[in-house]
Design a protein around this ligand. Structure first.
Ligand SMILES: Cc1cc2nc3c(=O)[nH]c(=O)nc-3n(C[C@H](O)[C@H](O)[C@H](O)COP(=O)(O)OP(=O)(O)OC[C@H]3O[C@@H](n4cnc5c(N)ncnc54)[C@H](O)[C@@H]3O)c2cc1C
Length: 499
């Protein structure tokens, strides 16, 4: 008979267990069945419930009987899950398709790693929109302050920027990732890079799962008691998260919402003049207004950038969820841009009505309103050769255009270019501990789950928190008799690899 040590009581207490002494815990080797050793069958389990503080078994026996957990995806969610599983006493093997870990995390740190946000918990949770209740439960396990404390334990101090965003003191992701990987290795995590999960996941007779990875040395099969998928979304696929898992999970009956662009730019049909002269220029302090088909108003002041394809930047990313939905429902979205949000319509009208004298119209506009460069050029967009000079003589009409410049956003940019993706494994397909209802013992975490949030540190926070929740769920999973765990679940197979 195979049995498991009472690991259920070994949930994370915040203390990390000492390294087992083995740098290669049982659980993953090329094509080898990684069963627990039969000599464990001699250990006594009939003397009442196990106590966490007084283990019944020697360290060697415990090491052999550890839960074999495979984490696929070494981004923030997968690494947090690995850490939690290790802390719970599991033997953890981490697999990733890329040659090195955390590539997107490192990229996120290039322009300043926005780890989390310091706003009050209620407004923080509201950032997750329709999913704020579910994500809020993950944040109960690891919230913004918890994340800052966690970083501090790694020796990474954080600070709150003027907008409330939280950054590491050094701004970059690399020092944090370096310290974290070192700690994970010391705790016994084993990393397998350039190993791409093929999508194959089949229940084994021993209540676990058999997985298949393809790497430089060919295909290997791996057995695990618990599997954690943290495969990311579909943005920036060159960094590893290519969303290929969507088809695999969908075929296996896991409900998946298609991955679409979030925090993305939008296409606008600029004139050749605007593209050639002004692409890449920032629009500082503009106010975006958009009313969707349901009458919901988005209105916010921020910064955008005119790009050769359209508009991008923080303000546009913030509006991207309602804009994307509206475009999907009704086609191109009409928005208004207030180019002078700090001045009223009346003030702008009065300023433009002042005598121009011998000054050029461009100088008059700049002196009276401060508008120049790309903002001034935008006023002319879409107007024909006759309309533009006519508008220059009508202060009230021109002021209205400055305060509510109409723009047509045709489509979101492709998900591969977006900062993040929306869609993914529907939360209805998961239990509260993020295990797949259809595949018990297999959990999902991070951006591959169906939630979205604006930039501002909310993405990483939810990835970390969901990684922790999913791993805790796997650790706490009630162990039933062999065969019952996964017997009800069908295999997940990539196309052409049906068993
Ligand atoms: C340019 C940019 C800047 C960003 N800046 C910020 C920021 O400042 N703050 C913030 O909160 N968020 C930011 N984000 C978003 C944040 O980086 C992501 O939300 C986060 O990395 C997602 O974490 P994850 O662990 O779910 O997935 P990922 O980080 O995408 O990791 C998934 C991993 O799974 C691996 N994988 C995928 N498929 C397979 C397979 N079949 N087999 C094996 N391995 C596989 C991938 O190689 C990858 O390593 C930024 C994103 C981008 C693109």
């Amino acid at each position: 008979m195979w049995f498991r040590v009472g690991w259920k009581c070994r949930v994370w207490t915040g203390q990390f267990p000492a390294p087992s002494g083995s740098s290669d815990p049982p659980g993953a080797s090329s094509g080898v069945r990684m069963g627990r050793r039969r000599r464990l069958a001699g250990a006594r389990l009939d003397s009442g419930p196990m106590s966490c503080s007084a283990p019944h078994f020697s360290a060697a026996v415990l090491a052999d009987s550890r839960l074999r957990a495979v984490v696929i995806g070494a981004g923030p969610a997968g690494l947090m899950a690995a850490e939690t599983l290790l802390a719970g006493g599991a033997a953890v093997q981490v697999y990733d398709a890329m040659p090195s870990v955390g590539r997107k995390f490192l990229l996120a740190g290039k322009g300043g790693l926005n780890l989390t946000h310091a706003e009050p918990p209620a407004s923080f949770r509201a950032r997750y929109g329709e999913r704020s209740a579910e994500v809020g439960r993950w944040l109960d396990r690891l919230d913004a302050q918890g994340l800052r404390d966690w970083a501090a334990e790694l020796g990474i101090q954080t600070f709150v920027g003027s907008s409330g965003k939280v950054f590491p003191a050094e701004m970059k992701a690399a020092p944090l990732l370096r310290a974290w990987l070192h700690r994970l290795r010391m705790q016994g995590a084993v990393f397998h890079m350039r190993q791409r999960w093929t999508g194959a996941l089949q229940p084994t007779s021993g209540a676990g799962w058999q997985l298949e990875f393809s790497g430089p040395d060919g295909v290997r099969t791996v057995q695990a008691d618990r599997v954690l998928l943290a495969l990311g979304g579909a943005s920036w696929p060159q960094l590893g998260s290519d969303g290929a898992w969507q088809a695999w999970l969908d075929e296996a009956g896991v409900p998946v919402a298609p991955l679409v662009s979030a925090n993305c730019g939008f296409e606008v049909r600029w004139s050749a003049f605007l593209r050639e002269r002004h692409a890449g220029q920032p629009l500082k302090a503009v106010r975006l207004r958009h009313r969707d088909g349901q009458g919901q108003l988005f209105e916010r002041t921020g910064e955008a950038v005119v790009s050769d394809y359209g508009l991008e930047g923080g303000l546009i990313y913030a509006a991207s969820a309602p804009l994307r939905r509206d475009i999907a429902a009704r086609g191109p979205a009409q928005v208004e841009l207030d180019l002078l949000p700090q001045r009223s319509l009346e003030e702008v009208t009065a300023a433009l009505a002042r005598g121009r004298g011998s000054r050029s119209w461009t100088n008059h506009l700049r002196e009276q309103t401060g508008l120049a460069g790309v903002k001034a050029a935008l006023l002319r967009e879409g107007l024909d050769a006759a309309a533009w000079p006519a508008l220059q003589t009508q202060p009230a009409a021109l002021a209205r255009r400055i305060k509510a410049l109409p723009l047509c956003l045709e489509a979101p940019r492709p998900v591969a270019e977006a900062i993040s993706s929306a869609g993914g494994v529907r939360l209805e397909g998961l239990d509260a501990s993020l295990q797949l209802r259809s595949h018990p013992g297999v959990a999902c975490a991070g951006e591959m789950l169906d939630w979205e949030a604006p930039t501002g540190g909310y993405l990483l926070t939810a990835c970390f928190a969901s990684g922790r929740v999913a791993a805790e769920g796997l650790l706490n999973r009630e162990v039933r008799s062999a065969g019952l765990d996964s017997g009800a679940a069908g295999p997940i197979c990539p196309p052409n690899r049906l068993p």
